[in-house]
Design a protein around this ligand. Structure first.
Ligand code: NOJ
Ligand code: CA
Length: 675
């Protein structure tokens, strides 16, 4: 329900512009965006810190290049409209139930000498600024050759990013000076002296993704993923681009606590969202990545009827709401080949009807899994039949995947890719199916408009630990300030068998994706648990095999954990160093803290807890006296398997000392005490 606090508009038209720039300020007056023409009549903008008068984004060009003739420079100003708005809205699920949207808006109406129109809408929030282009051009169809939007800076800063890539986001994060960044995917996070900034986009529909390309040391320009060799986007004559967004904050955690990306998206198009429920899930998944089981039919097949029933039993006994079985369907022998899967036919030893019935009887959500291998044509031709089946069987959660190249040399992140991912979201909504998309297009806040688009991968997730050098604790302390700013991530946290001892002992194990003899999890067990809180996903997985959890004292945390939170706050953190996040679900609170490779102790004031209430804090932490051992890659480190569990009664007046081992963390649950 949307509650309008107040909404007022100040509309005025500027008939002729004799001033140099048009200005919109954020509600508190913190940030200022200025629109102006360069001396040669080219539209530009700049962003200024209104308090210090420091320029954040220096004079930067705006616009696009089209292949059609008959469009000239938009150098005629027709009018400027200002508007202020402050509203509050609720989401069916998310980090916070209630979101405040307070911003000032300035729409600049431009024309070219041939009568084509362009409006540039600027919005200034206290947590950042954004703008989008709204074209009205005398053509039925247009080819966008290039975007000219620049992001220019006056001084160097520190940046955290993955290089721009139109096929994959599953790349190593780099940390470097801004001036050394050649290209970057968004969210592109950097610090300019005391101000933390992150460039991204919001409401990406029917347009290619934007990455940033260095033009010159401190000057970046938008680069759109190609549509074809000749063009980057093919759009109607009247079209709007996604918002270009610049989140701004005085603290690193301020970026995480911002709702600007969601506020730039439209309200939900799904009427009743009661069927879309955040939940915890487990699955037959990790064993395939470790190579002890496989997806395809054969003696090592992971998803069998017997295994499915065992997982459903474990879920229902452990307060876990969902189960996923990869390899449940036919076609896996074509993965990496023709990439043709059957999305409606169960594999040989997978009695889908029986399993669905059994899951229902146990109150557990059965998930479907659709690996497409990137073959979007095949998938589009079959998905409706599959969705009908899932709907009939009461399956409302679907993990999709695009591990493989798309046909016709279509880039994953191109306009065609964006169109495909959106087609799936909308069709899924019609069949009451919520999505977890792997190898996705980046999240740009469309979860507000399509709440069935619940979570996605879109960065190096857990799987990389099984068959590569894996993900460092630095990577995990960069993710919340970069990829996670876009929206929820299905990282699939929670491996308890840190050194893969069970897999190492399995004689039938086969490597399938490179040498995995030196692989292991690069964080402590407590940090694996903390990631359930830190790495927000409304669908949160405990990804290890159930054998690793059975009888394990620390698994109690996941059993009690509730990902359906109504309030969240990133409390402390610096990019790549440490992070502390608190979430409230019902009356309980959960905290996740994590460090990089440095041992660290933080003081954590508990003032986020409800005043006057006593809580039992159960603390799952690193064993700070863990013995040094030789790890599978030959390095020596404190044993990452060692953990401690302690508890104490606390109130909001207390301060906890959070001690974390190198690569470690802490997971804490706070449950109100009934007296
Ligand atoms: C890549 C996904 O990220 C992973 O979760 C999945 O298991 C494989 N593709 C197979 O679909
Ligand atoms: Ca993946």
């Amino acid at each position: 329900m949307m509650v309008i606090l107040f909404l007022f508009s100040v509309l005025f038209l500027v008939s002729a512009c004799d001033c140099n720039s048009h200005v919109v300020e954020s509600p508190s007056g913190r940030w200022r965006v200025e629109f102006f023409f360069s001396s040669t009549g080219i539209p530009h903008y700049r962003v200024v810190d209104d308090i210090t008068e420091r320029t954040i984004v220096a004079d930067s060009r705006l616009g696009h290049v089209f292949s059609e003739s008959g469009i000239s420079e938009f150098d005629i100003l027709e009018g400027v409209v200002h508007e202020s708005s402050s509203t509050e809205w609720n989401q069916p699920w998310g980090e916070n139930t209630t979101i405040i949207d307070a911003h000032n808006r300035m729409s600049v109406r431009l024309r070219d000498s041939l009568g084509n129109g362009l409006q540039i809408h600027f919005k200034a929030f206290d947590d950042g600024v954004a703008f989008r282009y709204d074209y009205s051009i005398h053509y039925d169809t247009l080819n966008v050759l290039n975007e000219l939007t620049e992001f220019n800076f006056l001084s160097d800063g520190r940046a955290w990013y993955t290089p721009g890539n139109f096929e994959s986001y599953e790349l190593e994060y780099l940390s470097d000076s801004l001036s050394n960044v050649r290209s970057a995917s968004t969210p592109f996070t950097f610090r300019l002296e005391e101000v933390y900034c992150s460039i991204h986009e919001a409401a990406l529909y029917n347009f290619p993704e934007m990455v940033l390309l260095q033009k010159d040391s401190l000057s970046f320009v938008s680069l759109l993923a190609p549509y074809s060799e000749a063009t980057r986007a093919c759009v109607p004559g009247t079209f709007s681009t996604p918002w270009r967004t610049i989140q701004l904050s005085d603290s690193a955690v301020g970026l995480i606590n911002s709702s600007m990306i969601l506020n730039l998206n439209e309200p939900s198009k799904i009427g009743d969202c009661g069927w879309i429920k955040p939940h915890k899930y487990i699955g037959v998944w990790w064993e395939m990545h470790l190579g002890t089981k496989e997806w395809r039919d054969g003696p090592r097949k992971g998803a069998t009827t017997q295994e499915a029933l065992r997982y459903i039993d474990f879920a229902s006994e452990n307060n876990i709401d969902g189960v996923l079985f990869e390899g449940w369907n036919r076609g896996w022998e074509n993965w990496g080949g023709s990439q043709e899967f059957d999305y409606a036919a169960p594999a040989e030893d997978f009695d889908l009807e029986l399993i669905a019935e059994y899951a229902k009887s146990k109150g557990v959500n059965l998930w479907a899994h659709n690996e497409t291998g990137g073959n979007i044509y095949d998938y589009e031709s079959k998905m409706e039949e599959a969705f009908e089946l899932y709907n009939r069987l009461g399956i409302h959660y679907l993990k999709t995947g695009y591990a493989g190249g798309m046909p016709d040399r279509i880039f994953h992140h191109s306009q065609q890719g964006v169109q495909h991912y959106q087609k799936v979201v909308e069709l899924a909504a019609r069949y009451k199916i919520a999505l977890d998309v792997h190898e996705p297009i980046k999240e740009t806040g469309i979860r507000r408009t399509w709440p069935n688009m619940m979570t996605r991968e879109g960065a190096k997730g857990m799987e990389w630990n099984a068959w590569s050098k894996g993900n460092s604790s630095e990577h995990l302390t960069v993710l919340p300030f970069t990829r996670l700013l876009a929206g929820p991530m299905d990282y699939t946290p929670g491996v308890f068998d840190i050194y893969f001892e069970r897999a190492r002992g399995d004689k039938n194990r086969q490597q399938w994706n490179g040498d995995n003899s030196e692989c292991f999890i690069k964080t402590t067990l407590a940090r694996q648990m903390a990631n359930w809180v830190i790495l927000y996903s409304p669908l949160q997985m405990a990804c290890d095999m159930i054998e690793s959890y059975q009888g394990h004292p620390a698994f109690e945390f996941f059993r009690k954990f509730n990902p359906d939170c109504d309030w969240s706050e990133a409390l402390q953190g610096e990019v790549g160093e440490y992070i502390v996040v608190a979430r409230r679900s019902g009356g309980s609170y959960f905290v996740g803290a994590g460090t990089n490779s440095q041992e660290r102790t933080l003081s954590l004031p508990l003032d986020f807890l409800d005043e006057g209430v006593e809580y039992l804090a159960k603390i799952y932490g690193d064993d700070m006296n863990a013995p040094i051992i030789k790890q599978p890659d030959g390095t020596y480190a404190p044993d990452k398997r060692c953990y401690t569990i302690s508890q104490k009664v606390v109130t909001s007046a207390d301060v906890l000392e959070v001690a974390m081992a190198p690569d470690g963390g802490q997971a804490i649950s706070f449950v109100p005490i009934d007296r």
